[in-house]
Design a protein around this ligand. Sequence first.
Ligand code: UD1
Ligand code: CA
Length: 458
Amino acid sequence: MQAVQSLSALVLAAGKGTRMHSDKPKVLHTLLGEPMLWYVLEAVRPLAGEGAYTIIGHGADLVRKQFPGERFILQKEQLGTGHAVLSAWSEILAGNVRWCLVINGDTPLIDGVMLERFCAAMMHDGVDLAFVTTTLDDPLSYGRVVRDAAGSVRGIIEAKDFDPKRHGEPTGEINAGIYLLRVATMGPLLSKISADNKQGEYYLTDLVDLAVRGGLRVGTLAAGDPLACMGVNSPLELVASEDALRRRIAQALLQGGVTIHLPDSVSIGPRVVVEPGVEIFGPCEMYGAAHVRRGAVLESHTWLKNSRIGSGSVVRSFSHLEGASVGEGCVVGPYARLRPDAVLEAGARIGNFVEMKKARLGKNAKASHLTYLGDAEIGEDVNIGAGTITCNYDGKRKHRTEIGPRAFIGSNSALVAPVRIGADALVGAGSVITKDVPDASLAVARGKQQCFARRKPE
Ligand code: UD1
Ligand code: CA
């Protein structure tokens, strides 16, 4: 998709989100690990490019922080969607564009292809104002579309202001909160919006009535998929949208050749790449910028974020991976914990109750049981015995442990960093190693075993 020439976009994200009952700005609430606003920007950016602005207000600093590099406009007081667009209008005029796409920031299921189709069709029709509609059995709290006997749009009436006596029986046709405005003709109408309604807010939707009265052209596009238009105002709506998205992603992966057992119990974020030929057993969760290569197997209860899994690797049940990189043909878990910058080279193995952080395990190296490896560089073919701990923290600073290739660390050893264990070295079980161990040597650092005669029990 190419940015449509002469189009800017405003994403409305300044509202309080009162119905979420949360201090967090509504658009920062996440679906499958990504904030609501991320989805809307993904859909809008290909169309508007540099001309995409997000209007923020409530919790503005938090939103800015989470979206560095995004273009923001501050709406100081949140007086309604009409007021939000008006506060940003000078920026739109400065951009010298012909069209302005306006979209609610709480519509995360929207897809870019649909937005493009909407803009292209409406520009072609030469409208002054257009909006996306869909039809629901229950119009809930959405703005309702009112048409005359000939089917022409007369206005959008907000749910709280809707009165069948004045507006006719509801038809189920609702406003999705996505609008295309011709800058030249709609700009002057923005300042005519009043707050004379049940909520005392400046409704953007009043533009429709103003445009119709002014003899301007108003168009609508019916969205094929009502799900794509779902607004998120409450926790209930958030999880409903998240579930729809989750199913959409799992279906697409299944169709693309990923085997997902129990797909209803698998949550995969929109930035996760899963190659065909991967096998996933639910329940399981994968978020962020993760990448799972062909032939990998993820057993049930894997939780994974921003991690890479090499081809042919197996992640056994109940493993937790964040910011980790697992090479080809590795085995992780069950019950392993890989924290940021844990790196497993090809063929390495991590067993149950092993934790790694900022540590590299060389080719075919093994740490099979009950171990902590932090700030460590571990060579090829090393064997780390059960219960080994790299003591990386002295209370103030972190220190590194280096273990040369083919070294063997006996069980229950404490390696007090900074320390280096040489290549082919052997550390006796139960040692507390505080000094470097040269290559090809045996280090034993523990109390000598003594035996004393013992009186026989009576
Ligand atoms: C809005 C529409 C309604 C439509 C529905 C679709 C209006 C008046 N109503 O209702 O017709 O069916 O969306 O989901 O527009 N916002 C601001 N500044 C403000 C107020 C709101 O930026 O001063 C932002 C919010 O953060 C939100 C978006 O605008 O992302 C929509 O506001 P919201 O209060 O959720 O409107 P709805 O009641 O859902
Ligand atoms: Ca809403």
